[in-house]
Write a new protein. Structure first.
Length: 191
């Protein structure tokens, strides 16, 4: 069994693309996923699947949501090991104490030609960013709501991205780790 995290973008935001998490979990189960757990309304799902072909699963997921709900959200499915690596590689560990200021942008793939110079020109003095593989780390102590860097990052990186704050990333890792644990064996103590 393989453990995955699905990161949705653009659902339940501003009254658009509404999708109840219980309905989303049900769609995952219809597609053969097990141990499905959701986290907050913006669309985070941890689940397990016997399939290693997560690309095919993602396509079927998009089609199923479009047929049932009338829209096709952007979804990025990553493995548990990928979120663990993203946490380990955090270039701003001192920002972890202010988790709402630290954001990880999960990219659909590693960018070939990101405009890092333009990103650098947009950042405030208090902001820092780092692109490592397919993760865009952003430390924005003043918040991302008014950050020109945050607003322009996806376009300048040139790859579809979905963003999560540090709290959410850590919670998803915790949830995925729990479902990845083998079930308790009540006879283990008898061995």
């Amino acid at each position: 069994m393989h453990t995955y995290i699905a990161l949705f973008r653009g659902i339940n935001v501003g009254g658009k693309n509404s999708l109840l998490m219980k309905d989303l979990a049900s769609i995952f189960e219809i597609l053969g996923a097990s141990n499905v757990r959701t986290y907050i309304q913006s669309g985070n799902v941890v689940f397990q699947s016997v399939s290693k072909d997560i690309s095919s699963f993602s396509k079927r997921l998009g089609i199923e949501i479009r047929e049932r709900c009338g829209f096709k959200p952007h979804v990025l499915v990553i493995e548990l090991s990928e979120i663990e690596t993203a946490i380990t590689n955090n270039p701003f560990p001192e920002a972890e104490s202010e988790p709402s200021s630290l954001h990880l942008g999960f990219l659909a793939f590693a960018p070939e030609n990101p405009d890092l110079k333009k990103l650098e020109s947009l950042k405030k003095d208090s902001e820092r960013f780092c692109l490592i593989g397919s993760i865009f780390y952003l430390h924005a102590p003043e918040g991302i709501g008014r950050s020109k860097l945050a607003a322009s990052s996806e376009k300048l990186i040139g790859v579809p991205m979905t963003d999560r704050n540090w709290n959410t990333v850590c919670k998803l890792k915790e949830m995925a780790t729990l479902i990845a644990l083998p079930p308790n064996n009540s006879n283990a103590a008898d061995v």
